[in-house]
Write a protein that binds this ligand. Structure first.
Ligand code: ATP
Ligand code: MG
Length: 181
């Protein structure tokens, strides 16, 4: 069972992202309903049960926060470019939530994830998209700023892969605490 922990983008944010999701050769755009930020990729469980993970995530106590999307970027360079995304402005409350989810995951029995956390919303996967076309697309968008919007929960998703776009199923939703002001 392929799992990940993330934050669903609200409808008005998905609409804004959808509006910039065009005009790039070789791009496979994310289905608007699937737009999200991944906080922790789990993948196939090997050891702990879904219940173990769910219980551990249910024990995460962290305050809500407001999120702003800033700019677009890419993973990979040149002919290795494979993803374009909208950046998430990093902030202490988001990093705090990420760290809490990471320690809950390890407590549940998952292997530690030591990769650097680069908060983003994936917009498209690329296949043989020339670098200059990515640059042109990014330039046509200009200085992207979406939000701020309130994040008051996060979700445990199951991802169903098959033919066509992935199908995400929300297995559990976890409320965040009232934002600290
Ligand atoms: P597809 O793989 O068909 O393009 P998808 O990437 O949307 O679909 P998944 O591969 O199940 O669906 O990924 C779910 C989420 O986890 C996405 O945000 C993806 O970027 C992230 N993800 C997938 N694999 C990894 C990985 N190995 N490390 C970190 N994050 C990952
Ligand atoms: Mg994938």
């Amino acid at each position: 069972m392929r799992l990940f922990v993330g934050i669903q983008m609200p409808k008005e944010i998905r609409d804004r992202l959808k509006a910039i999701s065009f005009g790039l050769a070789g791009a496979r755009w994310i289905t608007p309903d699937n737009l999200h930020a991944t906080l922790r990729f789990i993948g196939d469980l090997d050891g702990p049960s879904v219940d173990d993970v769910d219980t551990a995530l249910g024990g995460v106590h962290a305050p809500g926060f407001s999120l702003t999307l800033n700019g677009v970027g890419q993973f990979g360079r040149g002919h290795m470019s494979h993803t374009v995304w909208a950046g998430i402005k990093t902030q202490p409350a988001l990093v705090h939530l990420h760290d809490k989810i990471e320690s809950a995951s390890v407590r549940a029995g998952l292997d530690a994830d030591r990769r650097k956390f680069t908060p983003h919303v994936t917009l498209a996967r690329l296949k043989k998209t020339p670098e200059h076309e990515i640059a042109d697309w990014a330039q046509s968008i200009g200085d992207l700023k979406i939000g701020p919007f309130q994040v008051d929960s996060f979700q445990l998703f199951r991802s169903h892969l098959g033919h066509g776009p992935a199908h995400y199923q929300v297995l559990s939703e976890y409320a965040l605490e009232p934002e600290l002001v």
